[in-house]
Design a protein. Structure first.
Length: 305
């Protein structure tokens, strides 16, 4: 309960003291007791306040654009163990298909397509060694143009599963750029030049790791600000020569991967048997793994419908 301040008469809501005598009125009089006027309410300028709110909101958005966090996934932001799905996970999905890469991103795996060039120069996701069989081609990829390529169908990897649609490199970058890290396999500068141009124009240099055993491709990637993973025979080279060629990572067999974790290159394991082995490798400092069946070595926490 509030206390009255000493020396200050309490007053009612009209400003009258509680001890003031009430006005005397003749009972027969029709005059009404005068009531003090209420204070005039302050005016609320709605348009002015609305304008001020809009200004504050715009300022907030502007500040978020400048100081807000960037949600783009990058190579450096990957949490080990990361798993790259070779050719989109070709033992699970149609190889190098739009379906495969969509599922990769959905379940947290990194799309690792094989890139090649068509006859018209279009860079596409397709493994030249297996595409003819996977797509039932009667001629080579270098004899197809983009329209002919996209008109094909990729056979499913397993029985009673859906076939897939082919996809170009530009479409992959447009569709999934920023949501994942791309790990394309590139074996020539003829493919590397246009493929890297697509990456740099999209501003995804930090979100791409090129897989190659070609030193010229690795150097082209480095010049474009893109990391490169060495996929050749590690016993025939040295860490210093790989770093000098522009490589930032290397892929080695799981059985010897732990021995390479002391170098200044990120280590990725191949032929990982299961989740238990992958966890052990991650504890030893291995960044991640490459697999045709990513679910086998790192089961997804996302549940399918």
């Amino acid at each position: 309960m509030s206390k009255k301040k000493p020396g200050r008469a309490h007053r009612d809501r009209y400003g009258r003291g509680t001890t003031d005598p009430l006005p005397s009125v003749d009972p027969e009089s029709r005059e009404r007791i005068p009531v003090p006027d209420r204070p005039e309410p302050k005016k609320f300028n709605a348009p002015l306040w609305a304008g001020a709110i809009v200004v504050l909101l715009v300022a907030g958005v502007f500040a978020m654009n400048i100081f807000g966090s960037d949600d783009q996934l990058t190579v450096d932001s990957l949490n080990p163990p990361a798993v790259g799905a070779l050719d989109g996970g070709s033992s699970v999905y149609p190889a190098n298909s739009k379906l495969a890469f969509t599922e990769n991103v959905k379940f947290g795996y990194l799309p690792a397509p094989t890139l090649t060039a068509l006859g018209d120069g279009t860079i596409v996701a397709a493994n030249p060694e297996t595409a003819a069989e996977d797509m039932g081609l009667k001629k080579g990829l270098d004899e197809l143009d983009a329209d002919e390529f996209l008109d094909q169908t990729i056979k499913p990897a397993r029985k009673n599963t859906s076939p897939g649609d082919p996809i170009t490199w530009d479409q992959i970058v447009d569709e999934f750029g920023g949501d994942t890290v791309f790990m394309p396999a590139i074996d020539s500068t003829e493919v590397a030049t246009p493929a890297l141009k697509t990456i740099t124009e999209a501003g995804l240099e930090d979100s791409t790791l090129v897989r190659t055993d070609d030193s010229e491709v690795a150097r082209a990637a480095a010049d474009a600000g893109v990391g490169a993973m060495f996929t050749g025979d590690v016993t025939a080279t040295r860490n210093e020569s790989l770093s000098g060629s522009g490589y930032t990572a290397l892929a080695v067999e799981a059985d010897v991967a732990e021995k390479w974790t002391g170098v200044d290159l990120a280590v990725w394991a191949t032929d990982v048997k299961d989740e238990k082995q992958l966890e052990k490798l991650a504890d030893a400092g291995v960044t991640g793994a490459l697999s045709e069946n990513p679910y086998k070595i790192l089961p997804s926490e996302v549940k399918k419908n």
